[in-house]
Design a protein around this ligand. Structure first.
Ligand code: ACO
Length: 429
């Protein structure tokens, strides 16, 4: 391949350097474009725009490949646990036994959140969406961990990121308890990351929680498959906010906000709501596939389609296999699982979906497992945020430490009024 592409603008020819990544992804470096031609590029939704070079996660949407730091997601989901994955993403390598033990210890001993944040969570109305609470609580930590908010101090950043990982399940579980009108259950250092989270969610004073190993393991796997996905909407938001030198908590809180939307992390909640609706409507999946085909219905199959995957999302395969295994082992019969499988079968053989390369994404089956754990659908996106946290942290740290770091500040093509004179109010019609 040549080392530069040629572009001709208004009779002037310039060369754009060609960059090739380690997996042979090719990009044109347009950083000198405006300076040399006066032109900018326009790419609504950033469909063709690489916002950064990154060494964290590789994904090939055509082949359905996802790797964290080079390791295939299938191997990580089978052999690693979430804390190892967090270390891998944030530090670049799988931890040694000593590093893992140290990280697990931080995860156990730093779970308690500041009393003022507990009060803040308690002050929310019961009908609040838990994502609103998580967003506020994470942002609120920046007011209570003043000794950890300098983004330019690597020691403070290391402490803030490790502790936020430990604090996030507590915030998430308290958001659930608040929105279900239940007292908070304090974290315990006696349980691992996932079991402690389930304990804070579901333990009752008169009834200690018995956690089936299958469910704790399924939760760990779900956190792993959600842990990173390169420059997605929420991760790009975290990087963008952080690029202004905003502190870590402010940046992560913005990521939570971006994740909330149903076109991104909110799809898991929307997907289960859709599956329940199909079930309540008699289970006729073909009717809903037909509805999704017609634009005038303004209805999409939730959990289907992806900006980057144009083949099967490898995470959906892992999650579907886990659904089969866990439901069978625990003898759980959830009517929405066969509906989801049938919906997939009908949709992937439908010409509309074939033509547009629409397949189930990670959110299509995850809700089935969350339901098996007793987690209500308005908490699904919170679980996604818990899983995505190490990815956000890894990207924020990569962005902060990059020698190329600059404030993210896109341009625009202005299409509004040209200059006109101010009109006094009495003369306005
Ligand atoms: N159901 C029906 N049609 C769909 C769907 C769907 N789920 N997704 C895309 N399409 C159609 C669009 O209508 C469009 O059709 P057209 O070419 O005839 O106009 C075509 O497929 C391309 O869709 P776009 O919206 O242009 O694709 P984009 O890359 O912008 O959006 C997205 C990707 C947002 C994920 C989209 O597929 C979608 O809305 N899916 C449902 C929501 C969802 O599951 N989101 C979770 C994504 S994964 C994640 O964030 C964790």
């Amino acid at each position: 391949m040549s080392e530069a592409a040629k572009l001709s603008v208004n009779g002037k020819e310039i060369e754009l350097p060609i960059l090739v990544g380690t997996e042979n992804e090719v990009g044109l470096d347009i950083s000198k474009l405006r300076a040399s031609t006066g032109c900018i590029t326009l790419d609504e939704g950033y469909v063709n725009t690489g916002s950064t070079a990154s060494a964290i996660t590789f994904l090939d949407g055509e082949e359905g490949v996802l790797r964290y730091r080079g390791y295939p997601i299938e191997q990580l989901a089978e052999h690693a646990d979430f804390i190892e994955i967090a270390h891998l993403l944030m530090h670049g390598e799988l931890p040694t036994q000593t590093q893992l033990t140290e990280m697990q210890s931080t995860m156990r001993f730093e779970r308690t959140i500041p009393p003022a944040i507990v009060k803040l969570i308690a002050s929310f109305p019961q009908q609040a969406h838990p994502m609103a609470i998580v967003m506020a609580a994470v942002a609120g930590l920046s007011a209570h961990h003043l000794e950890r908010i300098d983004p330019a101090d690597p020691k403070q950043v290391a402490e803030a990121s490790a502790r936020l990982l430990a604090e996030m399940p507590t915030i998430a579980a308290y958001a659930y308890r608040r929105t279900t009108g239940q007292d908070f259950v304090e974290p315990t250092k006696d349980l691992d990351y996932c079991r402690n989270f389930l304990h804070m969610m579901f333990s009752q004073p008169d009834k200690p929680l018995e956690i089936a190993d299958e469910l704790a393991e399924a939760l760990d796997m779900l956190l792993i498959v959600h842990a990173d996905h390169e420059q997605n909407c929420s991760t790009s938001t975290v990087r963008m906010v952080g690029s202004s030198d905003a502190n870590l908590y402010a940046s992560i809180s913005a990521g939570v906000a971006a994740l909330w939307g149903p076109l991104h992390g909110g799809a898991n909640e929307a997907c289960v709501n859709m599956l329940e609706m199909i079930h309540a409507d008699g289970g006729d999946v073909a009717k809903y596939v037909e509805m999704a085909r017609k634009k005038e219905n303004n209805f999409r199959l939730m959990g289907f389609g992806h900006r980057v995957y144009k083949s099967y999302d490898p995470r959906a395969k892992i999650v579907e296999a886990a659904c089969k295994k866990v439901l069978a082992k625990l003898k759980i019969e959830d009517p929405i699982f066969p509906i989801a499988q049938e919906l997939e079968r009908v949709a992937v053989t439908d010409q509309y979906f074939i033509d547009r390369n629409l397949y189930p994404n990670v959110d299509f089956y995850s809700g089935v497992l969350y339901r098996a754990m007793g987690i209500p659908s308005n908490m699904f996106t919170v679980l996604f945020a818990m899983g995505r946290l190490p990815g956000w942290l890894a990207h924020w740290i990569e962005m902060r430490t990059s020698p190329e770091k600059r404030i993210c500040r896109p341009r625009q093509i202005y299409t509004g009024e040209t200059e006109r004179n101010f009109v006094p109010i009495e003369k306005r019609s």
